[in-house]
Design a protein around this ligand. Structure first.
Ligand code: KMH
Ligand code: ZN
Length: 275
């Protein structure tokens, strides 16, 4: 079996810098995090950015600067979030692709998101998918619930394969309102994926570890990071993203599937080589 693709989701749109000081929110903090996580075994960075007040933003100028800075500092695959924050408009989320990333997230359906709603109606999903194909940006299909798997099948059936030709999904488990983060749910979700698709999984909050163990056991890949959990263990906050990557990498090595480097990850995901 091949190695393990490790993605770091370093920041997210939800955690509050005032309450989580270790969260990387400035460009300097993010590039330093990227370098540390690359060294620890990550091949992909999933990126949300913040403004000068550390609030989430989809400002295209800032996103372009972020893509350039991450490329200058590392060879990580740069995957921009098109999910943004629950308050972002569909137009702003589509405009993320103007920043020219290697890859982007593409969530395949609406989901309750704690007290909020993360809205992804079919019309938006298909517009975003067609734009990824036109721009040659490789999407990662984010699946928060079982209905999202049905929508992924519909998307591929109506519009054909993604840029790069390979379907890679991320099971986002344990969101309050989405599918639970446990081994039985993970196995059932994997069974429904399109033939030939590969997948990562991430467990939000206290489902982080069960989902890592389940994913490694079932032949999947891993996403970890402070977007998904700010606790390393009960009562012990995450000190830096790299320690979550180090733990995932060590577990992948124990599973005899060591972390993929970014060059191998590009070949695996159908992303053109870094120039
Ligand atoms: N912040 C969430 C509302 C993505 O990055 O594509 C959506 C999210 C998914 O984080
Ligand atoms: Zn995200």
């Amino acid at each position: 079996m091949s190695g393990t693709l490790i993605t770091v989701a370093a920041t997210g749109a939800e955690a509050d810098k005032a309450k989580v000081p270790a969260l990387p929110v400035t460009l300097g903090e993010l590039t330093q995090t990227a370098v540390q996580c690359r060294q620890a075994g990550a091949a992909v960075i999933h990126v949300h950015i913040r403004d000068d007040e550390a609030k989430p933003t989809l400002d295209v100028g800032r996103l372009k600067d972020t893509v350039a800075a991450l490329r200058a500092a590392t060879d990580l695959i740069v995957q921009l979030s098109t999910g943004g924050a629950v308050t972002d408009s569909f137009g702003a989320r589509l405009a993320v692709l103007d920043a020219g990333p290697d890859a982007c997230s593409l969530t395949c359906g609406t989901v309750n998101f704690g007290d909020d709603v993360f809205a992804n109606p079919w019309g938006f999903i298909k517009d975003l998918y067609q734009l990824t194909r036109e721009r040659g940006v490789v999407p990662e299909f984010e699946l928060f619930d079982f209905g999202h798997i049905a929508t992924l099948h519909r998307l591929l059936g109506e519009f054909g394969p993604p840029a790069g030709g390979h379907v890679h999904c991320d099971l986002v488990m344990g969101v309050p309102g989405g599918m639970p983060g446990d081994a039985a749910t993970l196995t059932a979700a994997v069974r429904g994926l399109p033939d030939g698709a590969t997948w990562s999984a991430t467990g939000i909050g206290r489902t982080t570890l069960p989902v890592i163990f389940g994913a490694l056991g079932a032949g999947g890949h891993l996403r970890v990071g402070m977007e998904d959990t700010v606790s390393y263990a009960r009562g012990r906050p995450v000190a830096r993203n790299a320690e979550l990557v180090e733990r995932a990498a060590e577990l992948a090595r124990i599973a005899q599937r060591p972390p993929m480097n970014p060059a191998d990850a590009r070949a695996f995901l159908g992303i053109a080589s870094a120039s």
